[in-house]
Design a protein around this ligand. Structure first.
Ligand SMILES: [Fe+2]
Ligand SMILES: [Fe+2]
Length: 249
């Protein structure tokens, strides 16, 4: 009887491999991102948390390389659009907060926890896929990393709750960076509630709420929320059908 050739990977296995390559891209970049966050944090505890997780992230890279080896794949990263968005948010936080402030530390924790939650979702899903596909060793490796991501998320929550958020809550706002709402025309009994709502929603219609997009951003302009929903020709995304073209003007 002729030796049976190894079956081509299923669609699910190909999807799993792509996820591995995307998270590999994330982990490679996270080493630098965590180093940057450590430099920008002001408390020793937060610096130490970022430093510790950077070392763990080295292990996350190594584990993924082992999984690639087990899969018979080269270690080839693929750009991850989701994580890139979170990296951009991290830079925005640094841009919009004052060096050495508790506000910056609180915002760095939020940015870092968004990254951890993304990783928790990715590793949790990949672990489930690996289990389904019968890759026990890969499942174990993915779950080790998943546990470290969860542990880091918990450490960041404890740091926020123990001191940093409290310190940030009593720190005066930077007037230049956080414009106060116009309350001059409010005369009703609901003034405090209306003022709070206006403050909370300031800049929400301008995309991710970055300083650069809050001011003077038109719908559809780069950086606005609408820009995410229209294509280069200004047409709403997803409305075009295959074969449909935009007429030249
Ligand atoms: Fe990681
Ligand atoms: Fe992480």
């Amino acid at each position: 009887m002729a030796t049976q050739e190894k079956e081509a990977p299923s669609g699910l296995e190909r999807f799993y491999r792509t996820m591995l390559q995307e998270i590999y891209w994330c982990e490679l970049h996270l080493r630098d991102v965590l180093e940057n966050m450590e430099e920008r944090a002001s408390t020793d505890e937060l610096k130490s948390a970022f430093r510790t997780h950077r070392k763990e992230t080295d292990n996350h890279v190594t584990r993924l390389e082992k999984i690639f080896y087990l899969e018979g794949m080269g270690a080839q990263p693929i750009f991850c659009v989701g994580m890139q968005g979170l990296f951009d948010e991290g830079w925005q936080v640094i841009d919009e907060t004052e060096e050495g402030s508790a506000h910056r530390d609180a915002a760095l924790i939020v940015a870092a926890q968004k990254v951890e939650h993304y990783e928790i979702a990715a590793y949790g899903s990949m672990s489930t896929l690996a289990k389904t596909l019968g890759f026990q060793e890969a499942t174990d490796l993915l779950e080790q990393t998943l546990a470290e991501e969860k542990k880091t998320d918990g450490i960041l929550t404890r740091l926020a709750e123990s001191d940093i958020n409290i310190d940030a809550s009593i720190e005066p706002a930077d007037e230049e960076q956080l414009p106060l709402p116009d309350t001059g025309s409010i005369t009703t009994e609901s003034e405090p509630a209306v003022a709070a709502m206006k403050k909370a929603t300031a800049g929400m219609d301008a995309g991710a709420g970055s300083k650069s997009t809050r001011e003077g951003t038109e719908a559809g302009a780069p950086g606005s929320a609408d820009a995410l929903l229209v294509d280069d020709s200004g047409e709403p995304k997803g409305k075009k059908r295959a074969g449909q073209h935009t007429p030249k003007k």
